[in-house]
Design a protein. Sequence first.
Length: 138
Amino acid sequence: MKSYHKELWFEVPTRRAFINITPQVERCLAESGIKEGLLLCNAMHITASVFINDDESGLHHDYEVWLEKLAPHEPVAQYRHNTYEDNADAHMKRQVMGREVVVAVTNGKLHFGTWERIFYGEFDGRRKKRVLVKIIGE
C-alpha cells in the first residue's frame, strides 16, 4: 500500500467564498500514482470547510443566503465567542458544511457521482489557510 499527502494553501481576499478545488485535488491524485484507494481532503482550519456538491453559481448563492440565515455574521455581539475576533458565525457555518470529504479512487480517477466536485468553503477569509489531501491505496 502507498500513501501520499500534500497541503494546498488558500488565501481568500473576501470573508466568504466557495472555490472548486477539484483540479488541484486531481493533480495530487496524478502525482500520487495511486490507482485504487481512498482520498481524504479536509480543511485544516476551524472556520473553513471542504464539501462535495455541484459547481453551479445559483446553488452557491443559495448556500450563502441559507448559511447567513442559520448563523448571521451581524450583530457580532450576539455571540459569546466574539471577544477579540468577529468570526463565531464562521465556526458555525463550518460545522454545517463539514470538515472533510472522502472519495473513492478507481482506475486512477476520483470516483464521483454526476456533477460532483470538491469545494473549499471559506467563512472567515483574508488569511492563509490550508487543506490536507491524503491518499492511500495501490
